[in-house]
Design a protein around this ligand. Structure first.
Ligand code: GAL
Length: 417
């Protein structure tokens, strides 16, 4: 990555004091491994199955127990996991986002230092420095990233735009709102939305598009004050965008929001690039012909990143098998197998580029372009810890439920400054 991008990301994810220490399961049975994730369901399971298949091929003697709990962005899974960890019943490995979400679990003493695995496998120079920083706390490395996803994407059905006489997808949120008026005249919904986490995913990208990369990043690290006319205006834009969504009738998870774009009843949806797995893999649609994508309005040249990682929880009952799982996660073969199906980019720098086609060609080019500015996702754990993310969820639910912008801004300002 470019120096500028690295610096930006470095400031996003730098974390300070925390706890550490080793633990480990008492009984070490290498014959099974229980892995906890939220990759269950169309658009999630294809990539995960490819990674599991690679693991099984390398570890024929280990029984793989797939303890996935469905629900986009891990909202359901995280709650189940928290109660298991509280009850001292950890799985052997669990999924978590790189960045401050991981740092929350490190601080709470839930996961082990994996620096020895990095050394054993020669991984220290195989991941971008900024990504390693996002899984490092006080010099210790607590997770193995499997892939990089992009959050700031606007998906659409080209046939719907053609039918509405819209020549190209919008480059700004003002253009998006103008499109919404055109679409409304044709009885079409401008934006399809899903549950709370997809609304937050939209919020982060409206803020990014309206405020720009630097001020967006500052919202989470205290360098941009929430108490400003610009931030209020950006939140008002978010509210206007929500007003032209199908909020009142949405149901299901992120996949249902995409279904409306496929069906042509809604023109656009803002979602991360796992959407490509749903459209292209689960639904068998053709990229650019049946569905297409641009960066979300106002974010040209910016890559809003997130990274899925796996950990070794303290007290994991099958530690040796968990290490084998993490080794598969960090391997070039495991990462390519996963990412090509999940429609992500391998986290490693030595991915086999020839395997990354269609949408992923663009994603990889953007990620590797020295001019790209990298910022971190709020919803997917990079720039805010678990506690502040959940406080923000409460404030956002109030706003979306009809609360006023000033009250929302005041409550978020109290969290982030
Ligand atoms: C994100 C996760 C992605 C994808 C998405 C939808 O949080 O990082 O890999 O699964 O949620 O569930």
């Amino acid at each position: 990555m470019h120096r500028r991008a690295l610096l930006t990301l470095g400031t996003l994810v730098a974390v300070s004091a925390c706890s550490s220490g080793t633990g480990g399961g008492e009984s070490d049975q290498p014959d099974k491994v229980e892995v906890f994730s939220w990759w269950d369901g169309p658009g999630e399971s294809e990539g995960y199955s490819a990674l599991i298949a690679y693991f099984k091929q390398q570890n024929a003697n280990v029984q793989f127990i797939n303890a996935s709990v469905a629900g986009g962005a891990g909202t359901n899974a995280r709650a189940v996991l928290a109660s298991r960890l509280d009850a001292n019943d950890p799985p052997d490995s669990y999924q978590i986002h790189a960045g401050l979400e991981l740092a929350s679990d490190v601080r709470a003493g839930k996961v082990e230092d994996l620096a020895y695995l990095y050394e054993r496998n020669g991984w220290l120079d195989k991941f971008p420095r900024a990504l390693l920083d996002a899984v490092t706390v006080d010099g210790k490395i607590y997770a193995v990233p499997v892939a990089i996803h992009r959050s700031n994407l606007l998906w659409y059905n080209p046939a719907t735009l053609r039918a509405a006489g819209i020549a190209r997808p919008p480059g700004t949120w003002a253009e998006f709102l103008a499109d919404a008026t055109t679409l409304k005249a044709k009885n079409l919904t401008a934006l399809s939305i899903g549950p709370g986490w997809t609304q937050k995913h939209l919020l982060e990208n409206v803020l990014l598009g309206e405020l720009g990369a630097e001020r967006y990043t500052g919202l989470w690290n205290g360098r941009t004050t929430w108490r400003s006319a610009e931030v209020t205006a950006a939140v008002e834009t978010f509210r206007r965008v929500m007003d032209v969504s199908d909020l009142e009738t949405y149901g299901g998870d992120w996949q249902s929001a995409l279904d409306k774009v496929v069906a042509g009843t809604a023109a656009y949806t803002v979602m991360g690039d796992w959407a490509d797995a749903y459209f292209g893999r689960a639904k068998g649609l053709r990229f650019t012909a049946d569905y297409d994508v641009v960066v979300s309005p106002g974010t040209a040249g910016v890559f809003n990143f997130l990274s899925d990682t796996f950990t070794l929880p303290k007290g994991a009952p099958h530690r040796a098998a968990a290490e084998s799982w993490l080794t598969a996660c960090g391997s070039p073969e495991g990462q390519d197998a996963f990412s090509v199906q999940k429609r992500a980019i391998a986290a490693r720098v030595d991915a086999d580029k020839s395997k990354y086609n269609d949408y992923l060609t663009t994603a990889m080019a953007a990620w590797q372009d020295p001019a790209t500015v990298v910022v971190g996702s709020l919803t997917h754990g990079v720039v805010a810890d678990t506690e502040r993310n959940s406080q923000l969820d409460t404030a956002l639910a109030a706003l979306v439920g009809g609360g006023d912008v000033a009250a929302f801004v005041a409550s978020v300002a109290a969290m982030f400054g």
